[in-house]
Write a protein that binds this ligand. Structure first.
Ligand code: NAD
Length: 274
């Protein structure tokens, strides 16, 4: 199976499906998951300095002896490093054992994000990074950096799943030509999506699982996703979403499941920084 690519606003291509490595906290499990993922066909990996596992990802990549240019690697700048994004970027690259990232994001719009963004623009203009973007930004934050800066973020990585669809934010991002990366695409496995009757019915009609239907809905909506799993069967399941298609009616039925109900932190909630 070939994963489709999304063209970002600076013309670089990103595989629409990847693997997120948030909360992979056991090294042995991490290494096994990475090797299965690679074997299955995953080439896009989403990490962050704050996840604490960039080093493992670097080690896994190095052991796999895969060509760097065949991978798409994303990491993120944590607010405690807003003072020196250049150093933080170099540290991430070093831990990952690579000399560039494909995508580097501001992790949260905490105070100081605009200044950090200007530095990231300079790093991008220097051709240190293939694309730069943001995460958990709302239109007010985006307007702020669009006004002050000179580069439109390639992506905004935001929480998004059937119970939290954020139509206003995604309309705004589409207008600005900023691609949507949906984090927690499966609702982080911690809400009622897995027993949602509407999804059960659609899944049965396609002989697919609810997870596959949800991921397929993201793909058909044009979003970039990297569902997390450390289990071989789920890694495979989450990858097997390119051999069926949801009908317009099924897409509409999923649209109607929106409850405006996040699982994660609201970016305006500063508590996460403590
Ligand atoms: P997710 O929606 O990908 O959920 C992962 C959980 O769903 C797993 O732990 C498991 O319990 C369950 N799951 C996975 N595959 C399944 C399957 N086939 N069937 C049933 N259950 C399954 O949530 P996530 O890991 O939080 O999000 C994905 C990635 O997004 C992260 O790994 C990370 O890279 C990124 N992320 C970014 C931010 C941010 O602030 N930018 C925040 C959270 C996550």
């Amino acid at each position: 199976t070939k994963v489709p690519a999304v063209t970002l606003n600076n013309d670089i291509l990103i595989p629409q499906l990847g693997l997120g490595v948030f909360k992979m906290q056991d090294k042995k499990q991490f290494m096994a998951a990475f090797n299965w993922a690679l074997e299955i066909g995953y080439r896009h990996f989403d990490t962050a300095a704050i996840y604490g596992n960039e080093k493992w990802l670097g080690e896994a990549i190095n052991n796999a002896e895969i060509d760097r240019q065949d991978l798409f690697l994303t990491s993120k700048l944590w607010p405690s490093d807003f003072d020196d994004p250049q150093q933080a970027y170099q540290d991430s690259c070093k831990r990952l054992g690579v000399d560039y990232l494909d995508l580097y994001l501001i992790h949260w719009p905490a105070p100081g994000y605009a200044k950090a963004w200007i530095t990231m623009e300079e790093m991008y203009h220097d051709e240190q990074i293939r694309a730069i973007g943001v995460s958990n930004f709302l239109p007010s934050h985006l307007q702020d950096i669009l006004t002050r800066g000179s580069v439109t973020p390639a992506v905004d990585q935001i929480e998004l799943h059937p119970y939290y669809q954020r139509p206003e934010l995604t309309n705004y991002l589409a207008e600005q030509n900023i691609a949507v990366e949906a984090w927690g695409p499966l609702g982080q496995g911690s809400n009622d999506l897995s027993t949602e009757p509407v999804l059960q019915k659609i899944a049965a009609a396609h002989h697919k699982s609810i997870a596959q239907v949800v991921l397929r809905w993201h793909i058909q909506s044009g979003r970039i996703i990297f569902p997390k799993s450390v289990h071989q069967n789920r890694l495979q399941e989450n990858f097997d979403i390119f051999d069926f298609e949801l009908t317009a009616e099924q897409m509409q039925q999923i649209k109607q499941l929106d409850k405006n109900q996040p699982n994660g932190h609201d970016p305006s909630d500063q508590a996460y920084l403590n």
